[in-house]
Design a protein. Structure first.
Length: 240
């Protein structure tokens, strides 16, 4: 141990560590600039005053700088995503009138669907309905296309059937209403299906799309070219 005293400062060297004792005027010294023992030692003592909020401010500034890059390195408390409010359909998509009904019971027939629409006050408010059919399983595909006559009918239809579950047959399915795409409107759907294989004479009438005028069914417009029949039903697997 070696001790050196000059004025009011005592330097105590213990091994390789320096202990600085401030005797009477410590407030006048913020750092020890140079100390010599057997070799030249340079020691810098800096006192850093803690400022409330300093480190949080620095982190926030770091976040702002890093947010300008493609990848952020600042951790952020995750927030639960807010479920967007469903806007009124006539406001969100002006001029659209064709909707798609999803999650229909697969054992529903076209006639049962038409009766459902009429029972809930939509007779005369739709002019096109199509319930696609799976010929392999002899059941519908679980969705249907309905074209309403105006945007007021669309809003009422959306309110009546989005979340609907009071089916004629026992099922836990809940209907969802969405916009049909890419085809919209009566004429677009007539053009879509008039030359479709589903309109072939070999397809039973109950599986075809239907059109209405003022609540009464009208013949579907005739095809303007030759229609190909639907693909043949796959043969059943042989039983043993």
């Amino acid at each position: 141990m070696m001790e050196s005293q000059a004025g009011s400062i005592k330097l105590v060297v213990k091994g390789t560590f320096l202990d600085l004792t401030d005797l009477d005027m410590a407030e006048k010294f913020q750092q020890l600039r140079r100390v010599k023992s057997e070799s030249m030692l340079h020691v810098l003592l800096e006192a850093e005053v803690y400022t409330p909020g300093k480190y949080s401010d620095e982190q926030e500034e770091s976040c702002r700088r890093s947010s300008k890059s493609s990848v952020s390195t600042c951790e952020e408390t995750p927030r639960a995503p807010k479920k967007p409010k469903q806007p009124a359909p006539q406001e969100s998509q002006p001029g659209r009138t064709t909707v798609m009904m999803r999650n229909l019971p697969n054992n529903y027939t076209r006639q049962m669907l038409l009766e459902l629409l009429d029972r809930y006050g939509f007779q005369g408010r739709y002019d096109f309905v199509y319930l696609p059919h799976d010929f392999e399983r002899n059941a519908n595909l679980g969705y249907a296309f309905v074209n309403l006559t105006n945007t007021d009918a669309v809003a009422a239809f959306w309110k009546a059937f989005d979340g609907f579950g009071r089916w004629m047959l026992p099922t836990a399915k809940v209907c969802q209403v969405s916009w049909s795409g890419p085809h919209q409107g009566l004429q677009a759907h007539i053009q879509r299906y008039r030359n479709s294989p589903v309109m072939h004479k070999s397809v039973p009438e109950e599986y075809k799309p239907v059109v209405f005028r003022n609540g009464h069914r009208h013949p579907f417009p005739s095809p303007n070219r030759k229609i190909k029949p639907p693909p043949p039903k796959a043969p059943a697997a042989p039983t043993r």
